[in-house]
Design a protein around this ligand. Structure first.
Ligand code: PBG
Ligand code: ZN
Length: 326
């Protein structure tokens, strides 16, 4: 490589046109996915205190948000459900007329251009708030698999393009793939939350989804934040069990894992910029401590530069609008 003064990197930074010409990484709205929280009822829009700009909505109001996302060119939505009643097994997760199932049908009818992804987990539906069923105070892995499979099949029957298991039970991707195939749903794709780390960044989400565990935490099933080698093993397991796409979550604090998963597998890769990452930027911007738009775009660009194809982010609509120059 030539060195100074033959090579002067500043030559290509002189004007916006030159910078645009040689930019290596660009964001595109069609690879952004907007999470939405759906609850039963009509005309409901309940703001989430810890996530300024995010609300729980009924299906009719959800359609307005999804319409705005589609108009901005956002590629898809990721649905979370808040049920009417919770119980020990989370049985409302596979109710045919549950909020997620209704939302999927409404989206497929009204906005067929959007990719519809559903989060498959039990924590929003269980009275104890854990991602699986409990036995002797611990989450029973194998007993949970059949329930997750039922939930996934019910989302797929409603018309979901992609089901996304976020529970971190061992063997769940295989169980869901078999159940989908047995139900004649071989075209429904699986986006596996493969490397999902336990930690503090999910705090605001648990307000939004009303899914805080009543006792204990999720460290017995979500990953230890120190582990990147194990993350690769989790990713390969999910690929072998039939995952069509894999995910790293959270994104920002785990960009090294994003980069390694992309480099070592070459699989379609999603990264989830989670509620805590979103809330930090919103809070700092509200105080005037950071420029919101620049921090938002830089955080997303970093995730993409690390190797993510798809970014799941509460900023999806705002970022898409910035990319279009509004
Ligand atoms: C549920 C689930 C969580 C998120 C997505 N699916 C939370 C958790 O594991 O407690 C987090 C999303 C976010 O923080 O934005 N299994
Ligand atoms: Zn869960």
């Amino acid at each position: 490589m030539p060195s100074y003064p033959d090579y002067r990197p500043r030559r290509l930074r002189r004007t916006a046109a030159l910078r645009n010409l040689v930019r290596e990484t660009v964001l595109v709205p069609s690879q952004l996915v907007l999470p939405l929280f759906v609850r039963p009822g009509a005309g409901i829009r309940q703001p989430v205190a810890s996530m300024p700009g995010v609300s729980q909505t009924s299906v009719d109001e959800m359609l307005r948000d999804a319409q705005a996302a589609a108009e901005a060119g956002v590629g898809g939505v990721l649905l979370f459900g808040i049920p009417e009643h919770k119980d020990a097994e989370g049985t409302e997760a596979w109710r045919e007329d549950g909020p997620v199932q209704q939302a999927v049908r409404a989206l497929k009818r009204e906005l067929p251009q959007l990719v519809v992804v559903t989060d498959v987990c039990l924590c929003e539906y269980t009275s104890h708030g854990h991602c699986g069923v409990l036995r002797d105070g611990d989450v029973d892995n194998d007993a949970t698999l059949a329930l997750l499979a039922r939930e996934a099949v019910s989302h797929a029957r409603a018309g979901a393009d992609i089901v996304a298991p976020s529970d971190m039970m061992d063997g769940r991707v295989g169980a869901i793939r078999h159940a989908l195939d047995d139900a004649g749903l071989q075209s429904t794709a699986i986006m596996a939350y493969s490397a999902k780390f336990a930690g503090g960044y999910y705090g605001p989400f648990r307000d939004a989804a009303e899914s805080t565990p009543q006792s204990g935490d999720r460290r017995g099933y979500q990953m230890d934040p120190g582990n990147a080698e194990e993350a690769l093993r989790e990713v390969w397991l999910d690929i072998e069990e039939g995952a069509d796409m894999v995910m790293v979550k959270p994104a920002g604090p785990f960009l090294d894992v994003v980069a390694r998963v992309k480099a070592e597998t070459g699989y379609p890769l999603a990264a989830y910029q989670v509620s805590g990452e979103f809330a930090m930027i919103q809070a700092a911007a509200e105080r005037g401590w950071m420029d919101r738009e620049r921090a938002m775009m830089e955080s997303l660009l970093g995730i993409r530069r690390a190797g993510a194809d798809v970014i799941i982010t509460y900023f999806a609509v705002d970022a898409a609008r910035v990319l279009h120059g509004r």
